[in-house]
Design a protein around this ligand. Structure first.
Ligand code: HEM
Length: 575
């Protein structure tokens, strides 16, 4: 550990001493602006389920031909009949000219025959209930007809639809006006498509779930009711979301916590797995607790490590996605990300991840990925230093590649301006607002002098010192980072007033022209971002909330899930 003396205060400053606060001798005003929302927690709430009255089995109808057998003479051609649009299709008794196509009046023979009644689709309904999912019926374009064991079910379903919307029983399909036929087909298709759209809007995955739609809706309703019940003021020790999920859903591997659906399906229905909050609830329930306790232990000894872990997660996600590649050690044949000059010697906190991993391997071997440990640790660092605690969707898997060269093209540098920063974040699917929000992480931690000394001594060919930098602050920085010093371990706090507090003072610093990097300061002068800087400075609670959301989004960049990648046994080494 490097030690040096601060010129002004004569206080010894260690490289890892983030509690160092410049004294008044340093002529630096604190610009901390504590907001009073520190106790707030941001909780991702479960979206209430949408209720749908109609439960329609999905039938795949890529191409269809419907034959309605009939012995009746053709009486049904009425091309002048304006067939209503599918959405406004009338019921049989509302149709204009019943004798034309109706089955109950007009041309229907009056004599009662002892025939089997038309199917009411009960069998199909029962089958769908038993299977727990919609029936898929292939209609190959070669034959143009439904095939397979459920072909009859589809035909029945279509027949039912036709009877209720356009009775053609006694006309014969071939004898019906082409326009009317087209409208009937459109209606059947629309019904199926509408059901598909409704399902796609559901807050859970209906297609790959093993429950019937109705059963899943019931569970969602129970979850919502339970959540509301538990949030009532008279409930003294409310259940958390895990407990609610377990009570309502029971313990079952693979559950999407809080949504009651498990993602395993047949290989044909399996979707690419998504990150899930509570991913380890069944496989390693203590996972998040272990990480949190390791982070707390580490930060109690050196609060600055919190900054290190937040930055490490950012550097992991921006290079090859959040796959823990930043944690991999170099080998004799490969210089890994962590040994790029962008990361070495500035990245810190690796040992916190190692310690958590060791404990997790002892508790549940081969289950918790290093990428997830890092995502949890970053969240715990934000929370520990005063940010909002947010829920981290997990299920990331670890990558097997880590290249130093990747860091240069993916990580933004401190000399960038707003448009380049915006582009850099856009490349990762993040907005300009999220870029401004996430940059607020510079309220924590420190920087090596080498990262910004150009602003003090070699700004451009005309001026040596960046004119946008507050002169008092520049003088302070110059004392901390003497010109010509080749001590690469010299560091300064990025938010000198409160380097270990997750507060909005970063934005106040920018407003006071005390942003440490060009990348920070430019956010305050650009017309597209300056209003966000002011808004975040003004409302620290809102910024913290936005920060949590942006971290969740950043944590999803390029993740490996399902069977991709691996679960490293040792975060430093590929299995
Ligand atoms: C907007 C573009 C960004 C640039 C150009 C940038 C650049 C830098 C640089 C140059 C340092 C100092 C490294 C050193 O010399 O020690 C630093 C530190 C830090 N950065 Fe960023 N950063 C950016 C965005 C972010 C984001 C998005 C986060 C997290 C969400 C973040 C978190 C941090 C933290 C916490 C530190 C302090 C690390 C420590 O104390 O160990 N940065 N950043």
């Amino acid at each position: 550990m490097h030690e040096r003396k601060s010129k002004g205060s004569k206080k010894k400053v260690c490289e890892d001493d983030d509690e160092y606060q410049p004294s008044m001798d340093d002529n630096l005003l604190s610009s901390s602006s504590e907001d009073d929302n520190d106790d707030l927690e941001e909780v991702t709430r479960m979206a209430p389920g949408r209720r749908s009255k109609n439960v329609t089995p999905s039938t795949s109808v890529p191409e269809m031909r419907i034959l309605v057998a009939s012995n009746q003479p053709p009486q049904c051609t009425r091309s002048e009949l304006p067939y209503p649009e599918p959405s406004s299709i009338a019921q049989p008794d509302q149709l204009e000219s019943p004798q034309t196509i109706g089955s109950s009046v007009g041309s229907v023979p009056s004599a009662r025959r002892n025939v089997r009644g038309a199917t009411r689709g009960k069998g199909t309904e029962r089958l769908v209930r038993q299977l727990g999912h919609a029936i898929s019926v292939p209609i190959p374009s070669s034959s143009g007809a439904p095939e397979g064991e459920h072909a009859t079910s589809l035909a029945n379903e279509i027949g039912k639809e036709i009877r209720t919307s356009a009775p053609v029983r006694n006309c014969g399909w071939d004898n019906i006006d082409a326009g009317i036929r087209e409208a009937i087909i459109t209606r059947v298709r629309t019904k199926s498509d509408k059901a598909k759209v409704s399902r796609s809007k559901l807050p859970y995955n209906h297609i790959s779930g093993s429950r019937s739609f109705a059963a899943a809706m019931l569970l969602i309703e129970r979850l919502v009711n339970k959540t509301i019940e538990q949030s009532q003021p008279e409930v003294t020790s409310p259940m958390n979301e895990f407990e609610i999920s377990i009570e309502v859903l029971g313990r079952r591997p693979g559950y999407l916590k809080g949504y009651g659906i498990h993602l395993r399906g047949s290989s044909s229905t399996r979707l690419k797995a998504q990150l899930q909050v509570g991913f380890y609830a069944n496989t390693c329930p203590q996972a998040e607790f272990i990480v949190r306790s390791e982070v707390q232990r580490a930060l109690s000894g050196n609060a600055g490590l919190g900054a290190g872990l937040v930055r490490m997660h950012f550097h992991d996600c921006f290079v090859r996605g959040c796959d823990g590649s930043v944690l991999i050690d170099s080998t004799s044949s490969n210089t890994a990300e962590k040994d790029s000059p962008i990361n070495n010697p500035s990245l810190r906190g690796f040992e916190v991840i190692d310690n958590a991993k060791t404990r997790l391997e002892a508790a549940c071997s081969g289950v918790v990925s290093c990428a997830d440990i890092l995502a949890f640790a970053a969240r715990d660092s934000v929370a520990w230093t005063g940010g909002f605690r947010y829920q981290v969707p997990a299920g990331r898997r670890d990558g097997r590649v880590s290249l130093s060269s990747d860091t240069f093209t993916n990580l933004p540098g401190p000399s960038l301006g707003v448009s380049q920063l915006t582009q850099s974040f856009a490349n990762k699917g993040l907005t300009q607002d999220e870029m401004v929000t996430l940059s607020g992480a510079h309220t924590l931690g420190r920087s090596h002098c080498t990262s910004f000394s150009n602003r003090l001594y070699s700004f451009n060919s005309t001026v040596s010192q960046d004119p946008t930098l507050d002169p008092t602050y520049a003088a302070f920085l110059k004392r901390q980072c003497p010109q010509g010093s080749n001590d690469t371990s010299l560091v300064v706090p990025m938010d000198p007033g409160s380097p270990t507090r997750f507060d909005a003072s970063y934005y106040n610093n920018i407003i006071a022209n005390r942003g440490l990097f060009t990348s920070d300061q430019s956010l305050g002068s650009d017309s597209g971002t300056s209003s966000q800087v002011r808004a975040n400075a003004f409302n620290g609670g809102l910024w913290k909330s936005k920060f949590s959301q942006a971290m969740v989004k950043m944590g999803k960049i390029g993740v490996l899930t399902g069977s991709d990648g691996e679960i490293r046994k040792n975060c430093r080494v590929i299995n």
